[in-house]
Design a protein around this ligand. Structure first.
Ligand code: URP
Ligand code: ZN
Ligand code: ZN
Ligand code: ZN
Length: 472
């Protein structure tokens, strides 16, 4: 099957060019000058399908490097399965997800990983890879780190938050980082001081402050800044590359910037919710509504201007990537577990379908350039997590994961059931996007064509990753 995408503006992390993109089978075969379609040649005769992209952007498919499909958490399980979540990703122009295989307390890492493969195998709409969560640092877990790279998994995550669940103390983190430094693995960190947050949360609940808003008060920015600093220092001591997930506080960004200026391999990821939503407007919504936006790290106060700093950090490369931390829970039967006690609200927001659109909005408002949009959402995730060349770029030999994006289109999200995620609400209710995902191609197959879904469960394959291509 040969496909020719004609007359579009092909955008990469470093520039844009009007070109035709020729796809042969699962791969990009060539970029051609428009009109030079080799008319009359053997090649042109053998093209099966032509997609007219005049006036539109042709970009590498989105890579969402932080999702939690079917994650057991907060006494329930994230509501998107690999099937529903990856289909929603496809609708939104994301053609690869990197999900977190979860090792729970008392479980063996390799068993947990096998269980994660079982969940995802044969049902995904788009390609998928894994990071490994180490939820219990034991001798066995440390040993298991040594096998991960052979499994195509070159990053693992620990938590300085959630005592009694996934929490690791400093001694455990130090040991894991020492081993990761030897192995060349990327250490990913949920950087919030969990023990401090638990005390603050308990005090708030005892004082009768039980609503969703207080989730944000308990998870103070100081707890994020402190843990970020501590993670950076432990990484510095051990020489382990460090990637801090879901950064929301401007003070944590400053910690990352200082370490990066000193030449340390330290990276930061933020999420759309920290660029658009706030403690006051969403977590502070009337009644129990704010539960929709309970996630960790939490939404920050608009009066402290975190969003402004975060957009700036995305421009200056103090923060390198935007992932979603997609971890959806329905209000009914899930979020409502925390009525009367915000500590029992399952933490997480669902956004996997909207990341490309929401970040394109930053192009529309002038916060980032078109090229930076592609870099933040596709090219850097590919380089950061060792799949660049295969993914994250439109060039001969790369997987034909391509999105045709219409800057003159429009996308209304959230009002009513306008999304495809398995949720009974949307965290993005009322967002109007100038732009629209028109066509999504996954390894050469058109899986979204306008408002038609043409893919099927099981199209997506497991992607084995190499070591990070982003280290200095
Ligand atoms: O609220 C969140 N972020 N839920 C998912 C788990 C995590 O901490 O990433
Ligand atoms: Zn986290
Ligand atoms: Zn997460
Ligand atoms: Zn549409």
């Amino acid at each position: 099957m040969k496909t020719l995408i004609t007359n579009g503006t092909v955008v990469s992390a470093t520039g844009r060019v009007v070109a035709d993109v020729l796809i042969d089978g699962e791969r990009i075969q060539a970029l051609l000058a428009p009109g030079s379609q080799l008319l009359g040649s053997e090649l042109s005769a053998s093209v099966d399908r032509v997609i007219d992209a005049a006036g539109k952007y042709v970009i590498p498919g989105g890579i969402d490097a932080h999702t939690h499909m079917q994650m057991p958490f907060g006494g329930t399980e994230a509501s998107d399965t690999f099937e529903t979540g990856t289909r929603a990703a496809a609708w939104g122009g994301t053609t690869t997800i990197i999900d977190f295989a979860v090792q729970k307390h008392g479980e063996r890492v390799m068993d947990a990983l096998a269980a994660w493969h079982d969940k995802a195998a044969g049902v995904c709409a788009v390609d998928y890879a894994f990071h490994q969560i180490i939820g219990h640092v034991t001798e066995d877990s440390l040993q298991a780190l040594g096998s991960l790279a052979d499994e195509g998994i070159t990053s693992y995550k620990m938590f300085m938050a959630y005592p009694g669940v996934f929490y690791s103390d400093d001694a455990q983190i130090l040991r894991a980082m020492q081993r990761a430094a030897d192995l060349g693995l990327m250490t990913m960190m949920h950087a919030e001081n969990g023990p401090v947050i638990d005390v603050l949360a308990e005090q708030l609940v005892e004082a009768g402050k039980t609503g969703p808003y207080y989730h944000g008060i308990a998870r103070a920015w100081q707890a994020e800044e402190e843990a970020t600093h501590r993670a950076i220092m432990l990484a510095n001591l051990t020489g382990a590359p460090l990637y801090v997930v879901h950064v929301s506080a401007k003070q944590a960004v400053a910690q990352l910037a200082t370490a990066r200026d000193a030449g340390q391999n330290v990276f930061g990821e933020t999420c759309p919710q920290y660029l658009y939503l706030s403690l006051e407007d969403q977590l502070g919504a009337p009644g129990f509504e704010g539960a929709k936006w309970v996630c960790s790290t939490p939404l920050r106060s608009k009066h402290e201007h975190h969003q402004e700093h975060m957009w700036r950090a995305l421009r200056t490369n103090d923060v390198q990537m935007v992932a979603t931390d997609h971890c959806p829970f329905c209000m009914s039967g899930q979020k409502e577990l925390g009525v009367g006690d915000f500590r029992k609200i399952p933490n997480g927001i669902g956004s996997v379908e909207h990341r490309m659109d929401l970040m394109y909005q930053g192009v529309v408002t002038g916060e980032i350039t078109l090229e930076r949009w592609v870099e933040l959402t596709s090219t850097t995730p590919a380089r950061m997590f060792g799949i660049y060349g295969q993914k994250g770029v439109i060039q001969p030999g790369a997987d034909a994961d391509v999105v045709v994006y219409d800057p003159n289109g429009h996308t209304s999200i959230g009002l009513g059931k306008t999304h495809h995620m398995n949720m009974d609400h949307s965290a993005w209710e009322g967002f109007e996007i100038d732009g629209h995902v028109d066509t999504v191609i996954s390894r050469g197959r058109v899986i979204v064509d306008g408002d038609r879904y043409l893919g099927s469960a099981g199209d997506g394959r497991f992607v084995r990753r190499g070591l990070s291509q982003y280290l200095v």
